[in-house]
Ligand binder design. Structure first.
Ligand SMILES: Cc1ncc(COP(=O)(O)O)c(C=O)c1O
Length: 319
């Protein structure tokens, strides 16, 4: 899975490290990067989190200040899973390699796959994680790209696979499904991407036209993943809105799909300096190549009514 790939990249590199002790991540990483990086602090590693601006872009000057000869790795997601911000990986790699050519650059590319062009070699990336279900492959399968020459140690122990990094028999049906999904997304990349972009903008613009007091989280246009719509509806609870919408046949998630089991506002929205109430009113919607204009029209019909109903019973609305 993507989670396993991220853990192998971070823990596996740390285990293989013979000297360097600093790990740098951004403040908005997925928990499957954030948590292993935090764990390494218990084993003598120093963790540095790089801040982002209000759209979610990495502060490159801050990054440059932090990279030094003690830096083992820098891990920054190509596309953020909550707010869809697309980082400039090439610029990040240049900053890092300029300060320390030996530092390893990892990117969590789970939410980039099939959505943006990725040329890892050209961008100067050493490791990249992928997750199958992001392109409709079976859940639970993923991949880790490791540039030749990068030394990792296994983090699970048993009979190692042919790659000498992951033990146990491979899940061939899931891998075959992932391979097929990659072929389909690869072949239709341009068409899927422009369709997702069109539907994404139709959804964002339509909501702004029909509902007041809404905030878009993350950037607009080409700097945003083509499938990502994350909006905060003021005076609405994100959780309540997901339920209200699901009763109307519209399935979205509140905050981050991955952290929504807790009621804490997401660390990503707090990092882009959204106030607590705004972070709480956020919902994440994803468009896919399987959607069409009719689906978006349906959401645009339902959304104003759903929000109106919740605001009518919200204690925070001043009449
Ligand atoms: C950016 C990102 N990284 C990692 C993961 C974890 O991948 P998986 O669900 O395959 O473990 C996800 C979510 O699915 C994600 O969005």
């Amino acid at each position: 899975s993507g989670t396993e790939a991220n853990n192998l990249a971070i823990m596996g590199l740390a285990k293989a490290s013979r000297g360097r002790r600093k790990i740098i991540v951004s403040q908005i990483e997925h928990l499957s990067v954030k948590f292993p990086a935090e764990r390494l602090q218990e084993h003598g590693f120093k963790l540095v989190e790089i801040p982002v601006d209000e759209e979610g872009f990495i502060d490159l000057d801050h990054l440059a200040d932090q990279v030094d000869d003690n830096t083992l790795m820098v891990s920054i997601a190509a596309v953020n899973h909550e707010i869809g911000v697309i980082q400039d990986l090439r610029a990040i790699a240049e900053v890092v390699k300029d300060k320390s050519p030996e530092a390893i650059i990892h990117t969590d590319a789970c939410d980039a796959l099939g959505r943006i062009p990725l040329d890892l070699e050209h961008a100067g990336i050493d490791m990249a994680s992928f997750s199958g279900h992001k392109i409709f492959a079976p859940k639970g399968v993923g991949a880790l790209y490791v540039r030749e020459g990068v030394k990792l140690e296994p983090i699970l122990h048993g009979q190692l696979s042919s790659q000498r990094l992951w033990p146990g028999a491979e899940n061939i049906p899931a891998i075959a499904g992932f391979t097929r999904a990659l072929e389909i997304f690869g072949k239709n990349f341009d068409e899927y991407r422009s369709r997702m972009r069109r539907l994404r903008d139709m959804l964002i613009d339509g909501i702004f036209e029909r509902v007041d007091d809404v905030v878009l989280n993350g950037p607009r246009g080409d700097r945003r993943a083509p499938d990502n719509v994350n909006m905060s509806f003021l005076y609405c609870e994100g959780e309540a809105l997901t339920v209200e919408l699901s009763l109307r046949g519209v399935y979205v998630s509140s905050g981050s799909a991955c952290t929504s089991r807790t009621l804490e506002p997401s660390h990503v929205l707090l990092a882009i300096r959204r106030p607590y109430e705004v972070a709480h009113g956020s919902i994440l919607m994803k468009v896919s190549p399987m959607h069409d204009e009719k689906d978006i029209e349906y959401v645009l019909e339902q959304m104003p009514e759903a929000v109106k109903r919740l605001r009518a019973i919200s204690p925070k609305v001043v009449m």
